[in-house]
Every structure is written in C-alpha cells, then in structure tokens.
Design a protein around this ligand. Structure first.
Ligand code: FES
Length: 959
C-alpha cells in the first residue's frame, strides 16, 4: 500500500493505493464514476479520458501511483445535472448526447480544447476527439456543439440553426428541445446498471468453450467449489432445464426455443460451460481455472455451404417439438435425435429441418417470375455475400440482480424489459409477479440488447443463491458470446425491358444463424420484406433458408436484415441498368413505388404468418431521390488530379418499417400531480434515442406546459404498463403513440373534472399556457394545481389520470435515398468516402436534432460495415478480431469529408403528430451506394462485403 497526494477538480486529497491499481480504478473508488471503461484497458474507446497535468490521457492506462502530485480533471469538475457547463448544454442541444457512455469524456475534451483555442478549427476538433469512439450519434454534430458553445460563450445565445423545425403550429413537437435525460448523462451522474450495484455484491464469471462443436463428457467443479470465496458454480448438471431462447421477440416467438441456460453440447467457441459466483473477481477467475472439463470434440460447420452439404455435422440434433402445428411424422423424425443435444421447440412451424441444419425457411411470390424473365430484354443474376459484424455498444452487456422483499429485482441494460421479465420467469420457473425489471440507461444497444444474453443467467443465479450478483461481459465476450449480424448469401435475379421497366425479381436468401436460432426467420425475411416493396413489379419471388452452424452467435442488429437485402437488390439493379446501357438513376425513378401503389408482395412477408397487403402511404422517396441527385450532381463526372485516384458516384433507395403492425403493442399512463405538474409512465424503452423526450413532449403539447414540468418514468415493469420493446423501429411510432393517446386521455379526464369544478361544459374548456383550463364561454380559468388539489380533497373525485393502449394494422413506412461519392486508389485499393448524403423521410421528426444525429450515427456505422468491420474466425472457429482495434470501427478520421443528413418533410396519418421511424433505415444505404460508386469509379462490382483494399485490388486484377 502506498499513500499518494493528488488534486482532483481543484480539490487536494490523499489516497492509499495498491501498486498495480489503475488510475481509473482509483478515481471510481473516490467517487468519480464518470471515468468509465468500454474496452478492458485496450486503450481504444476513450471512455476513461481525463485531463492529467493539463493533457488528455486514458486513466485506465496509467497506474494510480503515477498520479502522486498530479492535477487531474474529470467531468465532475464541469458542473452537475442541475448546473451544466456551456459545453455540456451545447452537446445536448446539438443532439450528440444519446446513449452517452462517452459523452462525459467528450465534454471534458471539448472544454479543454476551448480553453486552449478560443476558435478551434475543424481539424483541431477532430484532433481532440480522435481518441474517442462514438457509435450512436457519429461525430458530425460535435462540430456543431463546439460552434454552439462558442456562440453561447461569446454572445449569450445560439446563432447557428441546430436543425430544421417542423409543424409551426406546435410548440414542442418538431423542434429541437434539449433531450430530457441529457443533463444527468452528460454530467456523468449515476445512470447505468454499473451505477446501481450494491456494496457487498457477488461477482460472476463464465467458463466458455474452447471448441466450436463438442459434447461435454464430464465436468468436475469439486475443487473449484471448495476454493476461497466461491459461492456457487452452475453447469448443465445443476441448473435450470427449461428450453428457451434469448431473442426478445413477441410471444409466441418466431424463433425456435433451442437452448438451456447451459447445454451438454457446446456449439461455438465461447459458448457457456459454467458460471462461477464468488466474493471477488479474482476468486471467481481462480475457481474458473480450477474446473476440469472433458470434451468429445465434433467436426464444426461454419458456412452456409458447409451446413447444407450432404452428411454435414448436425449442429442441433435434439428432439423437435411444436407448440402448435406438429407434422404427422414427428415421432419418426425424432428417432434420429441425440438426447445430449437437448430440444428444439418451435412455437409454430417455421419449416425447419434441423437434421439438415435448416433452422427455418420461408417462400413466397406474386405473379409469375418465370414469365417475367421471359418477357425481359436483359436479365442479371448475381450472388452477394455479407460478413458477420458486431454491434459494439460502448457499454457491454451487463446485469445486476438482487432479492428484495422476496422478489427478484433485475437492473438491466435492455431494449425489452417486459421480454426480460417473461424469459427470466421461464428460466427461474417462477411467476412474473415475483420479478421486477428496471431498465437503466442503455449505453448503446443497436439491436444486441433486444436479446436476453446475460439477464437469464444473472437472474437465475441470484434467485437460486439469494445473493446480489453483478455480471459484465468483457470486450472479448462482447465479440464471442453476443449477438451479431447474420452473415448472408443472397442471389438476386432481375429482368427488365429495354427502357428499364422491371419484369421480374427473384431473391434467394441463405442466412447463417450460427449455433442458436435467435431471429433466424425474421432477420432474413426482412432482407426481402424491407426491400422488395420498394419496387413496382408484378412478378416477384423469394426463398429464404436459414442454417445452423458453429460460427459465433447471431441475432438482432439495427437494420435487421434490410441492409443486406438492400445491398444485393440495389447493386443487382445497377448491374442490370449497366447491362441495358441505361442510367441507374432513371431506372430507379421508373421502378420505385409511389403513394397508393398496392404492396401485394407483403402478403407473403409476415413474420411466420400471412402479412397484410397495404398501399404505399406517406412517402418521401421521390423527393429524397430528386433532392439527393441534385446535391451530388448525379451524372456529372468528377476527376482527380492524381491518376491513382478514380472517383465515382452511387446511391440506393431505402425503406424500413415503423414497428410491426398487428404484432407490436404499447401502453402508457399519465397522471396529474398535486401541484399541477405531470408524470407519464411509458412501457417503452429509451435506448438513448430520445423516446423519453417524445413522451414528455406528448404531455407538454397536450397541456401547453414546459417540458420541465413533466417527468417520465419508463421501462420499469412494476410501474409501467406492457410494451413489446424498442426494436423493429417501433419506439416513436408505437410507444410514442401510446404516450400521445395517454396524454389525450388524461386531457379528456382533466377537462371533465374541470367542468365539474367550474360548473361548465367540458366542450367549452381548453388547456392553455401557463398551465390552466380556460373557458371559451365564460373566460374563467382554473389552474391545474387548484384543479388537482380540489380533486384530491375529501369531497373530490380522485386522482386525475389517463391511459392508452396502441396497436395498429397500418404500416407507416419511412423511405429515403443515400448518395455517396467515393475515390478509389487503383494502386493501393483504398477507398475514401468523399461525400455521403443521407436523405430520409421520418414523417414529422419529433426531436429533429436527435433524428439527424441518429441518421449520421447509423450511416457512419454502416460505412464501417461496408468498408472494414469484420469478425474473422479461424479454421477452429476462434474469433481473431475480438477487440475494437483489430475489428475496426469508424473513428472521427473515417467520417466522409462531406457528410449531410437531410430530413424530408412528409406527414404521416397514423404516427404521433405524423411521426414515422428514423434510425434503423439509415443503416441500409451505405453498402449499395458505395458499391455502385466504386463501379462508377473503376468499373468493378463489389459483391462481397466488406470492401477491403485486398478485395478491391483482386477485382481490379492487381493481385
Ligand atoms: S482503456 Fe479507455 S475505455 Fe478502456
């Protein structure tokens, strides 16, 4: 032990430190919790940035001992959520404080920069943020935040426009109005699961499989169990035998239940073998190392081609059961099952055949594609391949659970609190009333937190041991034991007349679901259902087959199949235009759908059941294409002075959905408090995207009161009503609509109560600023505070409340077009994205500044997927890129030189105040737009994603 003296945020203090303790650990121990860690001391993400003796450093990479005599600044020195600094407020106003795991570090860096340089250049901003990884909002609006902070500092007001505004008759909706949870997030205050962990908690670590495919022949935990501090060790022998799945989807799920908490068979490198609960991390790791496991190693399969080969090893060879719709020959089918494989329970038939590694399949068509291909003047058929990629949320998957009042309380970083409750209840075999799930702030999800990847295990271990247990994935576990994007092989065949009119489109999608079938039907289906309805064509057909393999697990990822489908469909259309010798833009304009066009293809594209045919409703596709083509100067050739660099342009039409019509369900309720302020309880799960702000705006708009007088409670399964969760682009549309209708119901009830108290008719009353009921007939007013007080006296009629439930069969589809200009270096194969313009129709953007930053974030993420992100596994199934440095994610230097997000103004008839979804769709455009631009530049078609320099050079015939 050593004593050191240091100054933190102008406060001199002494601390006792151990020799190897990191400076971050010391700071957290001293209460500076804003200094977080995203990558286990890899030194990549920058969540642990502090100012040390006037220089930015990563606190994780320094020893606490090195701080002796040092002066340190952390974000806690800038302000707090009630009193933010100018920079912190500017970051919220610019819309960059979203999931915000790194927002405090960024606030500190920008503050330091503005102290050094009164008017920093763009290059200086980029330089200071070069060591910070931002996945949610991208980096573009950080430049805006600096501009805003400077203006506020110099003039006391903002001059630069933050975003366009929408719906001038409304006060809060369609206007940039500081995200409601921004202050606590940017101030680095307690927000996340890790901040809720109680002293005296037990640690959990997981023993993971070194093999891609093996049976556990024996497992000996005796010695480990006897070690110091070990509380319990769970294996397949002594834990829940319930067969379930981890995908957070509506019940009954369109994913097979094909796993237990621990399986006798391991199906990927990193699969769970045992979980150790101990007093300390060191003890848990020591016990993990003392467990003896004997494996019977099996041959693995990694690709779709391996999995479909005759005689291929079978990944899931258990007993098949069906909740409904079992085939007549099931008993015969099950004769070949190996009991060590457990079970595969289909909730309804998904046309799987697990003995041939088929997890699910779907087929559908309209018209007659064969006839359509015969009528075509040209036909193109090509195969496109996408790779396995990782969501990389800055906050890894983690969970803290405890027993309180005889119930299991789960603090979760989740997109689906109600699915967490249901699935944990299944695994623990206890009723849902025994479980309380609290969704904490989510430090990045992007789909991976739609799956119940850690809460099942932590919830179960806590319920059995009665101990408070904290578990957190390492960054490596994020790669090897988490959900990722399904690799897919898509063959697209397209035929068209000479003038470009499409005559037939066929998509053959072969998806690789890996060891378990999370989302195995719905992700590959989305490759078709979120792409084919972009095109007017009477003859369309699709076949979707998903295979089990032994790659790392897959699941939901923002875009959910649509990025891959869009890539293959749009590039194939560009290839066809090229073959026909016509302009791809003209071809897109000719074949794109328009309002009123009946989307017959949707009939075959339901989630395992028949879909609903609807006409195209509100649609900004045409405007996005026209405006985008103008911005990029489509048709105008750009050349470089350097002969090594060739320049080209491309674009893609994109669409998504707004939740799942006929499947999703949201609920909310709201109440008037005794002083005339309001609370709204939303079942929706804000992932940092601004859903809570939307709920607040719904109340503020209904009652003409400032947002500060409304508090939102969300994603808490005890106080909020059911919501299917934040996935499938449903947040604004479904959960936002529940909040809208709950506010309207509250308003109706409030006016009824006011009518009683005022002796007036409710139809003569309106709500008005600054928080009162006004009679248009008698001109009398009644403040909300007096109304509430009188309603709650001995003679009053009680609490004024409102509630709503929202479902719909209507599809509000967001549309858009993404344009790219790239430069290709024909000597090195390097690609530079010079321009990227993302034009999208989100209906009424309720939080326009956040809508813009979500477009930027999603587009940059997909540029990373397109160009370099890749989970590479070796011949044994070991991921060799299981850290952020090797995997490669876009940092500020990788941003397109000219990057613009544009909101196309379109009103929708069903969304709250006309809103549709915004961010998932923004992941769909980069791959096709860049591939088509590369072809325009150098004449090669990139049919395998990511477009590495090596692949470019190979296609160019240089290697
Ligand atoms: S070392 Fe910087 S975030 Fe982990």
């Amino acid at each position: 032990m050593n004593k050191i003296t240091l100054t933190i945020n102008n406060k001199k203090l002494q601390a006792t430190v151990e020799g190897a303790e990191s400076l971050r650990s010391l700071l957290v121990r001293l209460g500076y919790i804003s200094v977080r860690d995203s990558d286990d001391r890899e030194g990549f993400a920058g969540s642990d940035t502090i100012i040390f003796s006037d220089k930015p450093v990563y606190a994780n990479l320094m020893l606490a001992l090195q701080a002796d005599g040092a002066t340190i600044r952390t974000v806690e020195g800038l302000g707090n959520s009630r009193k933010l600094s100018i920079v912190q407020q500017a970051m919220i106003d610019a819309g960059v404080v979203q999931s915000a795991y790194n927002a405090p570090a960024a606030a500190l860096l920008l503050t330091w920069l503005l102290e050094k340089h009164k008017n920093p250049t763009r290059a200086q901003v980029a330089e200071v943020l070069s060591g910070i990884f931002i996945r949610d909002a991208s980096y573009e609006h950080y430049y805006l935040a600096v501009e805003l902070a400077k203006e506020m500092r110099d003039t006391g007001a903002y001059k630069t426009s933050i975003s366009p505004t929408f719906r001038e008759h409304l006060t809060y909706v369609g206007k940039p109005k500081s995200k409601v949870d921004g202050p606590q997030l940017v101030a680095g205050e307690k927000s996340f699961v890790e901040d809720r962990v109680l002293a005296g908690y037990k640690t959990m670590v997981v023993l993971r499989s070194p093999y891609a495919h093996a049976y556990i022949k024996s497992i000996d935990t005796k010695e480990a169990l006897a070690m110091d501090g070990v509380v319990e060790i769970f294996t397949h022998k002594n834990s829940s035998q319930v067969t379930y799945m981890q995908a957070g989807q509506g019940n009954p799920e369109p994913s097979p239940h094909d796993r237990r908490l621990f399986n006798e068979k391991v199906r990927h490198v990193g699969d769970r073998v045992a979980a150790i609960v101990a007093d300390t991390m060191e003890q848990a790791i020591a016990a993990r190392d003392a467990i003896k496991v004997e494996y019977e190693v099996l041959k693995p399969v990694f690709t779709v081609e391996d999995a479909m080969a005759e005689g291929a090893p079978i990944v899931q060879n258990g007993v098949v059961e069906f909740k409904v719709g079992a085939p007549a020959d099931l008993a015969d089918y099950n004769k070949k099952a190996d009991p060590r494989d457990g079970k595969v329970v289909y909730q309804f038939p998904l046309h799987g055949d697990i003995r041939r590694n088929v997890a699910s399949a779907a087929h559908g068509h309209i018209g007659d594609v064969e006839k359509g291909f015969k009528e075509a003047d040209a036909v193109v058929e090509q195969t496109y391949q996408t790779s396995q990629i990782q969501c990389t949320p800055l906050e890894p998957h983690l969970c803290f659970a405890k027993i309180d009042n005889g119930r299991l309380v789960v603090h979760a970083s989740t997109q689906v609190p109600f699915h967490v409750r249901r699935i944990v209840a299944w695994v623990c075999e206890i009723p849902e009333n025994k479980i309380h799930v609290i969704k904490e702030k989510v430090g990045g999800g992007y789909g991976s937190k739609q799956d119940i990847l850690v809460e099942d295990l932590v919830g179960y271990a806590t319920w059995i041991t009665g101990q408070p247990i904290y578990y957190r994935n390492t960054r490596e576990e994020e790669f090897v034991a988490n959900s990722t994007r399904h690799p897919m092989r898509m063959t697209v065949k397209m035929g068209a007349k000479k003038d470009g009119t499409l005559t037939a489109v066929y998509m053959d999608v072969r998806a690789n679901t890996g060891p378990y079938g999370n989302h195995c039907l719905t992700v590959p289906m989305n490759a078709c259902s979120k792409t084919l309805p972009l095109l007017k064509c009477d003859n369309m057909k699709f076949d979707v087959i998903t295979y089990y393999t032994n790659i790392l697990p897959t699941g939901a990822y923002q875009g959910y199949g649509a990025p891959k489908g869009t890539y293959s469909l749009m590039v194939c259309m560009a290839e066809l235009a090229d073959k026909l010798g016509i302009d791809y833009y003209q071809m897109a304009m000719k074949n794109k759908v328009e309002p009123g066009y009946m989307l017959e293809i949707l009939k075959g594209l339901g989630e395992g059941r028949e879909g609903t045919v609807v006409p195209v409703g509100s649609c900004g596709l045409d405007e996005a294409l026209v405006q985008g083509a103008k911005m990029i100067e489509w048709g105008k050739k750009v050349t470089s002075d350097d002969p090594d660099w060739k320049i080209g342009k491309g674009f893609a039409m994109i669409q998504q959905g707004s939740g799942l019509p006929g499947l999703d369900h949201s609920n909310a309720w709201a109440k008037l408090l005794t002083d005339g302020t309001f609370q709204i309880f939303s079942g929706g799960a804000d992932l940092g995207t601004g859903l809570d702000t939307i709920s607040v705006k719904m109340v503020s708009e209904a009652f003409c009161i400032p947002m500060d007088l409304v508090t939102v409670i969300s994603g808490d399964t005890d106080s909020c009503t059911f919501d299917t969760g934040a996935y499938a682009s449903s947040g604004t549309y479904f959960s936002g609509n529940a909040s809208y209708y709950a506010s309207e119901d509250l308003k109706k009830n409030l006016l009824t109560e006011a009518a009683k108290q005022m002796g007036e008719k409710a139809e003569d009353l309106i709500c008005q600023a600054p928080g009162e009921v006004y009679s248009t007939k008698t001109k009398k007013t009644l403040s909300y505070a007096k109304l509430s007080h009188d309603a709650l006296t001995g003679t009053g009629s009680g609490q004024v409340m409102g509630r709503a439930s929202f479902t719909t069969n209507h599809s509000s589809i967001p549309y858009g077009a993404h344009f790219a200009q790239v430069a290709v270096n024909v000597r090195t194969g390097k690609i530079k994205v010079q321009k990227f313009y993302a034009l999208q129709d989100a209906g009424t953007p309720i939080n326009p500044e956040l809508a813009l930053t979500q477009i930027y974030g999603a587009a940059l993420k997909s540029i990373g997927h397109t160009l370099y992100e890749d989970m590479i596994i070796d011949e044994n199934g070991v991921c060799i890129t299981a850290n952020l440095t090797d995997y490669g994610v876009p940092m500020i230097s990788e941003q397109p030189e000219d990057f613009k997000a544009v909101l196309i103004d379109i009103d929708d008839e069903v969304g709250p105040y006309g809103a549709k979804s915004i961010s998932e769709i923004a992941t769909n455009g980069a791959a096709p737009a860049i591939a088509i631009a590369i072809h325009d530049a150098v004449g090669i078609w990139m049919r395998s994603w990511p477009f590495s320099s090596e692949k470019i050079l190979r296609e160019l015939g240089k290697i």
